[in-house]
Design a binder for this molecule. Sequence first.
Ligand SMILES: Nc1ncnc2c1ncn2[C@@H]1O[C@H](COP(=O)(O)OP(=O)(O)OP(=O)(O)O)[C@@H](O)[C@H]1O
Length: 307
Amino acid sequence: MLPDHTLSAISIRGAVKRYGAITAVDGLDLEVPYGVCLGLLGPNGAGKSTTMRMLTAQSRADEGEITVLGNVLPKESKKARALMGVVPQQDNLDEELTARQNLEVFAHLYRVPKGDRVAAVDRALAVAQLTDRADTKADDLSGGMRRRLLIARGLVHRPRLVLLDEPTVGLDPQVRQELWSLVAALRAEGVTTLMSTHYIEEAERLADECALMSRGRVVARGTPADLIAEHAGARVDEHHGPPDRLAEIAELARQAGVATRRTGPSVSVLAAERQPESLRDRLGPPSVQRAASLEDVFVVLTGESVE
Ligand SMILES: Nc1ncnc2c1ncn2[C@@H]1O[C@H](COP(=O)(O)OP(=O)(O)OP(=O)(O)O)[C@@H](O)[C@H]1O
């Protein structure tokens, strides 16, 4: 059956991308409905950037079907690219140009009508809170300002769909907060957003829904609350103890079919409210009880630790 273009801004069916012996994307299915901010969450190497590159047609899928804003890739990639805003992971601003000039170049590339360009650039500067730095060369802007300018550049033509590839990777907490407000504003405007990230908190705060990616495919999808309820339950019991005891706890839980994860010097029993009475008795009282989190889901489903 063909994807329903009227419902999804992005539709990926059975996408595969190989690099020699490495299969970076391995049968990926992903639908992004209009108006949704979807967080594509996954550990390093899960295939998030490759997915982004396929969507921008910088990379061509070996198999599968990809449709962006009703345009079938790769055939209609030019049309698709003109309609979406792309914010790359790598800062590729033109350092010799001012903030305003960087935006003007893209307003031109994105074919914003000549008479509308000044207003479009002013608006993008305002969104990125860079109006008073409009005439500063990109080279002289701080790291946070450059990031905001990169985002503004992807928004200059008011796209209906924005792709953000790891928007805050490597940034300090304050700058990250500033960018989060920018993404939250996009979401409030109803712009469809696909944001890849390996920061759990970023996905949890900004995304309406998260797709958890591991080894080239989506292993779970839902709102953060639903993902937590389904895969980590309501409560987590943390048991502290010497290494031997921790190994024993993990093994007892495994035998009882209960998921656990290592949390530093402790073992966490997920969905602790659902553990059988017999296991509870054998484990004894936990050192700490806490609410389950998206981080628990991430670790359990991807087998990776988090930063
Ligand atoms: N151009 C390439 N040539 C060879 N292998 C590649 C290429 N691009 C990606 N890969 C491999 O494909 C896999 C997925 O990489 P990808 O960059 O898509 O993951 P990611 O989820 O974006 O991770 P990160 O957060 O580290 O960017 C990795 O094993 C990576 O080494």
